[in-house]
Design a protein around this ligand. Structure first.
Ligand code: SF4
Length: 74
């Protein structure tokens, strides 16, 4: 099962990942950074297992993230 890893602390809240997959990403009202929906925090990273059906759009989110803080493990 693929995973998304989000290095959330460095997020600049640009909304690009939300545009790619609003079912997985949401801007947090309190700090303006994106939250990876369904993720679990491990130290400074947030990790979520995803379905293969979600892979392409999240690969695109990773590619488009201007600060390169979304990683995909297949
Ligand atoms: S694309 Fe990157 S910088 Fe922009 S909101 Fe998403 S994680 Fe944050």
């Amino acid at each position: 099962m693929p995973k998304i890893i989000h290095y959330r602390n460095k997020c600049i809240g640009c909304n690009s990942c939300v545009e790619q997959d609003p079912a997985r990403w949401k801007i947090n009202d309190e700090d303006g950074k994106s939250d990876l929906i369904g993720s679990i925090q491990k130290k400074n990273t947030w990790i979520a297992k995803i379905d293969y059906e979600e892979l392409d759009r999240n690969k695109q989110a990773a590619k488009d993230c201007p600060v390169s803080i979304i990683k995909i493990i297949e």
